[in-house]
Design a protein around this ligand. Structure first.
Ligand code: NAP
Length: 238
């Protein structure tokens, strides 16, 4: 049976990825930071293993990966999905604001990859999918740290694809557009309608749109795809 570890699985896109993979018969572990109730409910619904872990803490990540690998026996697929947004002028950001955004998306992916890759290399197989953002490709005003973190994930994915290809491991990056989750709470309904209008496919994305692309990239049919940056954005990022 195929096994997966998803970071930030308690809500939004991560929860949709957990649901989609378990529906396809994968054994899944996911981590979360603080949404204990939502994580327990998802665990009961899907049979996935929920592990509390703050991914900005490398020691917690090391322990979480060890626990996931022990319970799943090994990890075939790692999805680095956890992320936080921060909106405002760069000049208003504190050091802690900056670190929180960079650490949650980018440093966390380094911590998980460092912990998961040795097992994949020893089996000479594995898939890593990093959830970046359209803003990592094109940049967003008032989201400089977020854009930098997500651009960093693109660079990390391309470099690791070259480093790990000879070991039979693929590494790819997804760049969602505007996806309906709690992360959009800062937008008014008018903002959201305008964003849908700007999207060539005339709607916002859903967590299931992203989850379906993860399932495809994790499947046998995508075995020759690595180092790619794939938009799941309804054409918004073109
Ligand atoms: P969301 O609904 O806010 O969910 C974020 C998830 O990440 C939650 O499960 C949260 O756990 C977890 N998380 C946050 N900080 C964490 C930490 N320090 N340690 C462990 N888990 C942590 O966000 P989303 O919209 O689903 O976004 C998922 C990913 O897609 C993010 O990387 C985001 O940047 C990216 N993305 C989203 C959009 C969009 O429009 N929504 C667009 C492009 C890219 P808790 O529930 O415990 O807090």
């Amino acid at each position: 049976m195929k096994t997966a570890l998803v970071t930030g699985g308690s809500r939004g896109i991560g929860a949709a990825i957990v649901r989609a993979l378990t529906a396809k018969g994968w054994q899944v572990a996911f981590c979360y930071r603080s949404s204990h109730e939502a994580a327990q409910q998802l665990s009961q619904e899907t049979g996935a293993l929920a592990i509390p872990c703050d991914v900005t803490d490398s020691e917690q990540v090391r322990a979480m990966v060890t626990e996931a690998a022990r319970r799943l026996s090994h990890i075939d697929l790692l999805v680095n999905n956890a992320g936080v947004a921060w909106q405002g002028l760069l000049t208003d950001m504190t050091d802690d604001d900056w670190r929180s955004v960079l650490d949650t998306s980018l440093s966390a992916a380094f911590y998980t990859c460092r912990a998961v890759i040795p097992g994949m290399v020893s089996r000479r197989a594995g898939r890593i999918i990093n959830i970046s953002s359209i803003w990592g490709r094109v940049g967003a005003s008032c989201e400089a740290a977020y854009s930098a973190a997500k651009a960093g994930l693109i660079g990390l994915s391309k470099a690791l694809a070259k480093e790990l290809g000879p070991s039979g491991i693929t590494v790819n990056c997804l760049c969602p557009g505007v996806i309906r989750t709690d992360m959009l709470a800062c937008y008014t309904p008018e903002d959201l309608a305008a964003l849908a209008d700007e999207t060539p496919l005339c709607r916002l994305g859903t967590p299931e749109d992203v989850a379906a692309t993860v399932c495809w990239l994790a499947g046998d049919e995508a075995g020759f795809i690595t180092g790619q940056v794939i938009g799941v954005d309804g054409g918004f990022g073109q």
